[in-house]
Write a protein that binds this ligand. Structure first.
Ligand code: SME
Length: 161
């Protein structure tokens, strides 16, 4: 008998959320709660979105679950968050203490993943997850977080068509 893994279950749950959510904001609020609650090593889960029209561009903290962070506005040349948004690439850091780009949010954080959110191929923001465990984000986690970011991108495309 096939065994459904936690990641597969959560993947299905976020897909269901995306169908039920009325707005992208609603989806992001519910998604951060779900990921934080269901994925035990996801100790801080939040969205940073590019501020519309800001020059130079800046990422602004949106929906999040976990302790308040000092980093509510992050320019694109700073942090792992800035690296993911400026490159349009997923960034996984297994040991944040060894990455000079890292902006500390909590002393307990050991590893981090940041996945860009795209609207019609352009970076609009990102989904950032911190873990108290080193190397918490394996390939299956990366796929889950990319799926989540893609669902939000689609919802944003629907609302800004
Ligand atoms: N660690 C991030 C900053 C955001 S906090 O983790 C919530 C970074 O290096 O960009």
């Amino acid at each position: 008998m096939a065994v459904t893994t936690r990641i597969e279950e959560v993947r299905n749950e976020v897909s269901t959320l995306a169908q039920a959510a009325v707005t992208a904001d609603d989806l992001m609020q519910r998604m951060v709660k779900l990921l934080h609650h269901r994925m035990l090593k996801y100790n801080w889960v939040g969205f940073y979105m590019l501020e519309p029209g800001a020059q130079p561009p800046v990422l602004v903290l949106g929906a999040f679950e976990g302790a308040m962070t000092p980093h509510t506005r992050i320019p694109l040349h700073q942090g792992i968050c800035g690296a993911a948004a400026s490159s349009g690439q997923t960034v996984v850091v297994d040991d944040v203490s060894k990455d000079s780009r890292y902006l500390a949010c909590s002393l307990e954080t050991k590893s981090e993943i940041v996945v860009p959110v795209f609207i019609h191929g352009l970076v609009a923001g990102e989904l950032d997850i911190d873990s108290h465990f080193a190397a918490a984000f394996a390939a299956a986690d990366q796929e889950l977080v990319q799926h989540c970011a893609a669902l939000v991108g689609k919802k944003l495309e629907g609302s800004r068509a």
